[in-house]
Design a protein. Structure first.
Length: 199
């Protein structure tokens, strides 16, 4: 008979399972990974994951929730550290540093094979938290009269610019060139802020 698990036991195993799932999902895609393979990687029975998650989709949601929250925390921290200065460069660096240091987590943030994501409130909240970090600094600048453009549009252009640079590097499409995500993002961001008249 399975022993009674304390909240700490449950959280510890969920964390271990998400660590394994994140790497497997990023490498093979959610459809290419089974719960048995996750269990094998952890050295537990194939039924053990079901004590902690309803199914594989719930594990994917948990992995993505964690990734979005970690990403958002990194962006929020960068903004706080540069409160006295415009964080346009700082935000870009924080984005690149997180994505390139945590490629598996970053890939899972943008996994599009989970049509049921709206069924997981914690995931939706984490996604919204990450989205808000894209324009948080710009809103502060707008309030100070230093940004006259459309904050929402600028935030999404920033996000797509950074995402494109990151994915080129993660996909290996910059190999053989002298470029990397940082070198691509720098002039792209300079052009972006110039377009929006950021002072």
């Amino acid at each position: 008979m399975p022993r009674t698990l304390s909240p700490a036991d449950v959280e510890a195993f969920r964390t271990r399972l998400c660590d394994v799932a994140e790497k497997l999902f990023a490498a093979h895609g959610p459809d290419g990974v089974t719960l048995r393979e996750m269990a094998d990687a952890l050295g537990v029975s194939s039924m053990t994951p079901y004590r902690y998650f309803k199914d594989k989709d719930a594990i994917l949601a948990a992995v993505r929730t964690r990734a979005f929250n970690r990403f958002a925390a990194a962006m929020e921290s960068a903004r706080m550290e540069s409160a006295e200065q415009i964080s346009k460069a700082r935000s870009g660096n924080a984005y690149l540093e997180f994505a390139l240091a945590h490629p598996a987590a970053y890939r899972m943030m943008f996994d599009i094979s989970q049509p049921t994501f709206a069924d997981y409130p914690e995931l939706v909240a984490a996604m919204n938290r990450a989205r808000l970090t894209m324009g948080g600094g710009l809103q502060e600048l707008a309030a100070a009269g230093r940004f006259k453009g459309d904050v929402e549009l600028a935030a999404y252009v920033f996000w797509s610019t950074m995402h494109g640079a990151v994915m080129l590097e993660l996909a290996g499409l910059l190999e053989g060139s002298k470029l990397d995500a940082h070198k691509i993002a720098k002039p792209a961001l300079e052009a972006l802020w110039k377009h929006f008249g950021l002072s």
